[in-house]
Design a binder for this molecule. Structure first.
Ligand SMILES: [Zn+2]
Length: 142
């Protein structure tokens, strides 16, 4: 079973792989830089409610905003280097650059989780390594 840390990191990695890095940037601004949901919403073209919804999910996954802040802060350098593995084709379809499948944007995150789990895991473990080097992970991996 995955820990809550792995669960959170997987969520973030999949978002970036799916080309939704603005969600991750919004979460970093919210938790690490304590920006207001309305500022963040404007910056990333989201609604205030979306920003609150994403933040709520992160708190549910980690158990507290303080924990989310530490994890996001240390994971950021790797997470923001991840390149999306999808490209928009026409209209509502996106193409997975790893296997060439074209899919509706709504299912792309599921596709990445099911078909490209090893890519997620590689990033996951690099991030966990980095967290460990920063000595914060000891209290976080529970
Ligand atoms: Zn694919």
């Amino acid at each position: 079973m995955r820990s809550s840390l792995e669960d959170l990191l997987e969520y973030l990695v999949v978002k970036v792989l799916a080309g939704k890095e603005s969600v991750v940037k919004a979460l970093i601004d919210y938790f690490v830089y304590a920006e207001s949901p309305s500022n963040i919403a404007v910056k990333y073209d989201l609604s205030k409610n979306q920003v609150r919804g994403y933040a709520q999910r992160i708190i549910e996954k980690t158990g507290s905003a303080a924990k989310a802040k530490v994890i996001l802060k240390y994971a950021t350098p790797i997470i923001l280097k991840i390149k999306p593995i999808v490209r928009k084709t026409n209209g509502a379809l996106v193409k997975c650059l790893l296997c060439g499948e074209e899919l509706p944007i709504q299912v792309i995150e599921d596709h990445i989780r099911k078909k490209h789990a090893s890519v997620i895991d590689d990033y996951l473990y690099s991030i966990i390594d980095l967290l460990k080097k920063n000595i914060v992970a000891d209290n976080l991996i529970t």
